[in-house]
Ligand binder design. Sequence first.
Ligand code: FE2
Length: 430
Amino acid sequence: MALDLLVKGANLPDGRTNIDIACAGGRITAIEPNITAEAARVIDATGRLVSPPFIDVHFHMDATLSLGLPRMNVSGTLLEGIALWGELKPLLTHEAVAERALRYIDLAVSKGMLAIRTHVDICDDRLTAVEALVEVRKQVKPYLDLQLVAFPQDGYYRSRNAVKNLDRALDLGVDIVGGIPHFERTMEDGPRSLKALCEIAARRGLLVDIHCDETDDPLSRHIEALTHETERLGLQGRVTGSHLTSMHSMDNYYASKLLPLIAEAGIHAVPNPLINITLQGRHDTYPKRRGMTRVPEMRAHGINVAFGQDCTMDPWYSLGGADMLDVAHMGLHVAQMTSREAMRFCFEAVTTNPAKVMQLDGYGLAVGCNADLVVIQAHDTIEAIRMRARRLTVVRRGKVIAETAPEVASLTLPGRPAHLDPASYFPKAG
Ligand code: FE2
């Protein structure tokens, strides 16, 4: 049987080089050196990194590309962002949310991102964004896996109809239960909301993804309650703690108690480096805290850590470009993860680790996995992060769905070659 696709000469994220990848019927059928077979399409990836797709495991699709609507965030703080989003929410229309989401997803696909978990605010009684994104999820299914989290942005108990609306959103087909314990009215309402939300997830058989302790307050310890509820309800491996920024500010003694609890509960940790470094520490003078959670320490405790993007051109963040290599680059810097091994981990934090969080079936470069992959203009994962290298070819189920020309500078300099591939350099001996 002829193959749908044969990728030749790939470098893989695990360090193997000159590997061929055969794809048929939407799956990887062989991955080994020197495959000779007829194929409808052959991609020469000699010396290029070929990776499974990028994943953004933490995003806000209902707010994306809304920058400046109805005004800009002047202070740059999380709280003004939430207030500004509250001004925009009543103005949202189904069509505008869907159109912005689809535009954003086009960009994401071009950057090799084929799975996104997005939170969707359920505090708008109309559930406009929920209905729009449920429709978008169906429309993009052939090329992108979209998971929706029912997110009570203004507080599960603090916002008037959130308790009712969260159930309504789940009834409409939203996949995952969200929460925001640090934004509830009192310190007691935080754990109370986690108890209720985890019970809903247990009853409905759903995953949980909580915006947890996104604050510089070292006494914001809702993650501790989340580990408790996870254990109590047997939700191990199904719960995600997003942000966890208060752990940056906690004293080391308490953190040493907390890290094993998170590991025991099998809670996934999702820091969002671009947003944590810009939103946290805003009330500090100098020194200013970085605000990102304790990534190397979490790794050392065996906690699954994935990096999310969180925002792109919305009330919280004016930049962002659907580029998970930007996210990995920032995460690497903020966590000071500069060893070769730690830099390679930062690539996993935007590929294989979020696949575990999202429980994606058939993800990865192995026989039997979905034929989803990205050819990158870099030799290896570290160079990919260093150059935020171009995604040359994006493949979904064995079919090419996006292509970008390689970056090749055209220089005219005395005594120098006329062309230079800026993405391909590594020091050689001598
Ligand atoms: Fe978020």
